[in-house]
Write a protein that binds this ligand. Structure first.
Ligand SMILES: Nc1nc2c(ncn2[C@@H]2O[C@H](COP(=O)(O)OP(=O)(O)OP(=O)(O)O)[C@@H](O)[C@H]2O)c(=O)[nH]1
Ligand SMILES: [Mg+2]
Length: 236
């Protein structure tokens, strides 16, 4: 691996003016910007796996294994950009033991929070999860960007036994700065795909914002150092 990178650095140095350090930094930033990590969370049997599988395969198979957690990989091209997507689909056991979400918050760039419109208790859980994700930081940091979140009311095909109104879901999403949609993993393919695309686009916007803040942060630090040392030099 290292040898391959070294070889590539050599090739680049031969044909451009970048230093190897710059190039490696650029390559690292580029790969970071193209890697997207998404966690699909929510109550038990809300359709997390059905949504994930629908997005990955365009199929609905009815029953999904729920005794192990999975991370799926998908390569996709969005607006001419190649992306490596990882989707985390937990199992009920892993959600119970890790409700603190600490590792998910560190790992994921964005969250799909799922509830079942025919099950009020699943909406309460979705609300708790969103409050946890949107919890204000204990040490506020200017460069902090809130993770992207979409709240999804699944099983729209069961609206005849609906327990959660569209307005309730929409209101919660508005209140917590999330995207929102209602859909049916069982009956819709395009809507599920659009939902994933919406959250991925939000994540990409966040990446750009972070990058902008990082570079403006280092510019102002350079300015500060320049001011301090520049002034000192003048006074000598
Ligand atoms: N009617 C209807 N049923 C659905 C829909 N999506 C999922 N289901 C059903 O709901 C049940 C649970 O779906 P899963 O995808 O396994 O839900 P999950 O959230 O991954 O479940 P756990 O991993 O066990 O927590 C299954 O019987 C699915 O067939 C939907 O849009 N409409
Ligand atoms: Mg599942």
């Amino acid at each position: 691996m290292r040898a391959a990178i070294k070889k590539e650095v050599k090739n680049i140095l031969g044909s451009s003016q970048h230093s190897s350090k710059d190039w490696i930094k650029q390559k690292w930033q580029k790969s970071k910007m193209n890697d997207i990590k998404l966690a699909v969370l929510g109550g038990e049997r809300t359709g997390k796996s059905a949504l994930t599988v629908r997005f990955l395969t365009k199929r609905f198979i009815g029953e999904y294994a729920s005794n192990f957690e999975s991370i799926y990989n998908k390569h996709l091209c969005l607006d001419g950009k190649q992306l490596n997507l990882e989707i985390y689909d937990p199992c009920p056991q892993s959600q119970k033991t890790k409700f603190s979400l600490t590792s998910e918050l560190h790992w994921a760039d964005g969250f799909v929070i799922v509830y079942d419109i025919s099950d009020r208790s699943s909406f309460a859980l979705a609300k708790a999860l969103i409050y946890r994700i949107r919890k204000p930081q204990s040490t506020p940091c200017k460069r902090f960007v809130e993770p992207a979140v979409i709240l999804v009311g699944n099983k729209q095909d069961l609206s005849h036994v609906r327990e959660v109104g569209w307005e309730e879901g929409h209101g919660l999403a508005l209140d917590r700065h999330c995207q929102f949609c209602e859909l049916s993993a069982a009956e819709q393919t395009l809507e599920v795909e659009m939902m994933f695309i919406r959250i991925i686009k939000d994540i990409l916007t966040n990446f750009k914002l972070k990058e902008k803040r990082r570079s403006s942060g280092s510019k102002s630090m350079a300015k500060l150092i320049n001011n301090v040392f520049g002034k000192r030099r003048k006074s000598v």
